[in-house]
Design a protein around this ligand. Sequence first.
Ligand code: HDE
Length: 697
Amino acid sequence: MPPASKKPAEQASSLGNGGELHQTASAPDARITTNHGVPISDNQNSLKAGRRGPSLLEDFVLREKIQHFDHERIPERIVHARGSAAHGFFELTESLADYTTAKILTEVGKKTEVFTRFSTVAGGAGSVDTPRDVRGFAVKMYTVEGNWDLVGNNIPVFFIQDAIKFPDLIHAAKMEADRGYPQAATAHDTFWDFIGLMPESMHMVMWIMSDRTIPRSLRMMEGFGVNTFRLVDAAGKGTLVKFHWRPKLGTQSTCWDEAVKIAGADPDYHRRDLHDAIASGDLPEWEFGVQLFTDEEAAALPFDILDATKLVPEEVKPIRVVGRMVLDRNPDNFFAETEQVAYLPTNMPPGIDVSEDPLLQGRLFSYQDTQLSRLGSTNFHQLPINRAKGCPFQNFQRDGHMQTQVIPGRANYEPNSLAEAGEVAGPRADPRGGFRTASVPVEEGKVRIRAESFADHFSQARLFYRSQTAIEQAHLASALVFELSKVTLQHVRDRMLSLLRNVDEDLASRVAAGMNLDLPAAAKPAVAPQDLPESPALRIVGKYPETLKGRAVGILVSDGADGSLVQAVRKAATQAGATVKIVAPKVGGVTLKDGKKLAADGQLAGTPSVIFDAVALVLSEEGCAQLLHESAAMDFASFAFAHLKAIGHTAEAMKLLEKAGVKPDAGVIDLAKGVDGFTKAAATRQWDREPKVRMLA
Ligand code: HDE
């Protein structure tokens, strides 16, 4: 059973001053009312002219209810529409007082409330959780000096260098304008047409074609601030900084074929996973780290730190871990919190500042602006989820749609001298403690150009590709083959191949061979690519911990199965940290060998192996014989094998495995030899099996 959400009363309310708005529907005498508090006597029948007559305009109860319903939807986000979020806290473990005055980065041990929203980028709000896509990683920290929104992604670089290209990028990536498809997919003509004409995107292309864009869980993703920011000390001196979130469970991904099938099996796979983990007390956690640079260090890098298509390898500048974030509470209301939360890169407490990165500079305008069309009012900051909670917010901005504050007095302008007459005079600027911009020299007059220091588009793409393990390189090449095979315009495919030759000749040849196409001549780069030292830190495979923590194990059982073996597998996997589900042909469960009933958590047809990290088949001979005629059972076994999962089995289950094409290997484990072998194998993917189950590019 999925863990239920805690009832509001059991959760510490973190909405603070929003709490009074909560309805008290659980009170025993709760009486349904209109929106204006008038008690309703009948919520089932409308007011009619006679028993069988037409409804009356007079029926304000009916009209109010329907009218409110008619307006329930608001525009979804133009990007990052589909998201899932949770409450939690940030805790600083090491002070950055040498670099910044921001209290959240100097007060060690203090816990600050956060609200974190993860998202896909291209799909609509009702799309699925597992397309190949960048994931948003947006954290709102309610600090005592105002909200700090670190609005990042799970990839440290971006497609474009200048914000002016963003509408083109998103138009090209989203469903095509005339036909309205594909939804939530970049595997189509317009996306690759644009990308091929935009060589600056080549580094990002390597990342999006890597397994990073098919994450196993939102709890297993890194987060990056992407743009370069500044920390500002008391003297106004700035230090360049890049922000990082690192998941405690390591960065883990699915297989592409698996991600596609999860989309059908459980479109809400990531949302459910996050919700269930938090509800069951298995709290997701990330380390918070920084890379700090003086201006001189930044100037010595082989690229421009203001260019968001570049990263600084950890091997060049290690990440200093200075804090952690734990998500410990699910939202009470999806719309009020996850949908209405508005992140603004301009939300920064004093001591944190922006850089001149031209991508970030455009973002500083866009987010504030988009909330107006999405949330409909300049007062969106007054919504409980957006309100500054760590400190008051007060100024002389007044009125507007949906103003919820009742501010007494005449002081709605400044300066004023009303205090001299004993009246409330309102707040004043704080030159010492208020937000200050780092002093940065401006070099020249107005120009509409791209700096020469942004011209190298291939060196870091090459660095990324060459830093991957052989398995990851094969996945990346195969992803390119998949995407470009969905492209219908030959010149678009050719242009991509010609660009890939500048990244890596081997990669280009593999992709061309994967499509059975000839390699065109290499594109002429603006700047010849350099061979930078590899960065093993950019890998996923071999880096995440081999553990069952955070993973899911499915046990397929049949009538007549050995109950003690089921219990042994369940106990061992649970003790090792996994969530275990019993899957049976029928939802009412099975009758075990000893005559006892075993309840099921899921029915076989609706609980396929794609939603588990490892599976065990504890079947009796008869049970297995019956399942030989059940395609869902065949898929359960064959997909687990194809998706490189550990498979534990009884001897009686072998016939099913054989029919499903499962070839015994180190990850296919006879449970009669003890369950430990299974739990050990289940702690990772069986990468060695991959060449036997699919043709990779
Ligand atoms: Fe965003 N982005 N973005 N973006 N972005 C939005 O703001 C925009 C960029 C990111 O969970 C929008 O409130 C421009 C980079 C996240 O609510 C919009 C540019 C990064 C979210 C917007 C970028 C991001 C958004 C749409 C190029 C990683 C979801 C709704 C200059 C650092 C936040 C909204 C949430 C959302 C604009 C590029 C991250 C339209 C113009 C780079 C995680 O304002």
